[in-house]
Design a protein around this ligand. Structure first.
Ligand code: C2E
Ligand code: CA
Ligand code: CA
Ligand code: CA
Length: 279
């Protein structure tokens, strides 16, 4: 029994070391990846549920790893946050998305807005507002073509500085969306305190909205709350017509999910979804 115990312990230690090693590998390779242009963005279109037209798209980062193939945020965002690489990564994503926005605007294409995910580190940064403005200026993207997404936890921890940066950017036309709504430490106070434009109903609730009466009630209540506060509600992870019908019937304004489109390269979005802006 003692032997077996020691064996288990050794095994546990080995797997800990292995995990740590992998994490350090990823961190080292990621800092190179940012410089060597191995990151890319896939865009997932978002649609108006009533009219069916494209209203914008979410920028989702990917990493074309030289040996491991295409990696998804789940494989590296947490490591980037833990190892101090998230700022560089986020800066890259914002800049690349803004460059794309500028390019489409110049071609006269109607892409709505590009939404970019921000993490707590970025929003908590004292220079948050200045950095966004700097990227907009450097790339020539319009503030009215940008949307920033962050979770409710970020808003709860936000300082007065963050709050005034949000106001400043809002006044220029940047939109703000609360991501994964309902999954965090929900406090409704911040919905009043911050000027946001959208709430994104998390896929966790949308997934079983047809099967689970509890989830259905949460979704209905979230839509009602958003509507009452004058916010646009967006459902994430819509995969079936039944889900879309439910959401439409209950007044949800926009949707994003595999039913409509998976996250795809910018060139595919352009080919399949973009039209010239009507004069
Ligand atoms: P999120 O913001 O909740 O993004 C939605 C995720 O759901 C994406 O996963 C998307 O591919 C996936 N998804 C969309 N529609 C469907 C659907 O119909 N069914 C299913 N099963 N999944 C769907 P992805 O791309 O793996 O991203 C995961 C998370 O990584 C994102 O969750 C976001 O929090 C984070 N993330 C992505 N890009 C960035 C980034 O540039 N910066 C930061 N800080 N975080 C990012
Ligand atoms: Ca998001
Ligand atoms: Ca989500
Ligand atoms: Ca999220």
């Amino acid at each position: 029994a003692k032997e077996a115990g020691r064996g288990t312990h050794a095994f546990f230690e080995d797997s800990m070391t292995l995990q740590l090693k992998q994490e350090m590998d990823i961190a080292r390779e990621l800092s190179q990846a940012i410089k060597q242009d191995e990151l890319l963005i896939h865009y997932q279109p978002q649609f108006d549920l009533q009219e069916g037209r494209l209203v914008g798209m979410e920028a989702l980062v990917r990493w074309r790893h030289p040996s491991r193939g295409l990696l998804y945020p789940g494989d590296f965002i947490a490591v980037a946050e833990k190892r101090g690489l998230i700022r560089g990564l986020s800066d890259w994503v914002l800049t690349d998305a803004c460059r794309q926005s500028r390019a489409w605007a110049e071609q006269g294409l109607d892409f709505g807005r590009i939404a970019v995910n921000l993490c707590a580190h970025q929003v908590g940064d004292l220079a948050f507002g200045d950095r966004i403005l700097e990227i907009l200026r450097d790339t020539g993207a319009l503030p009215g073509h940008l949307e920033l997404e962050f979770t409710e936890t970020v808003l709860i921890e936000a300082t007065a500085q963050t709050q005034s940066d949000i106001v400043r950017l809002s006044e220029l036309g940047v939109h703000f969306a609360i991501d994964d709504f309902g999954t965090g430490f929900s406090s409704l106070q911040y919905l009043r305190k911050f000027r946001t434009d959208k709430i994104k109903i998390d896929r966790e609730f949308v997934k079983d909205v047809i099967l689970d009466a509890g989830d259905a009630e949460i979704v209905k209540a979230t839509i009602a709350l958003g509507t009452a506060l004058g916010l646009i509600t967006v459902a994430e992870g819509v995969e079936t017509e039944e889900q879309a019908d439910f959401l439409r019937r209950h007044g949800c304004r926009q949707a994003q999910g595999y039913l409509y489109a998976r996250p795809i390269p910018a060139s595919d979005v352009e080919q399949r979804w973009l039209r010239l802006t009507s004069p």
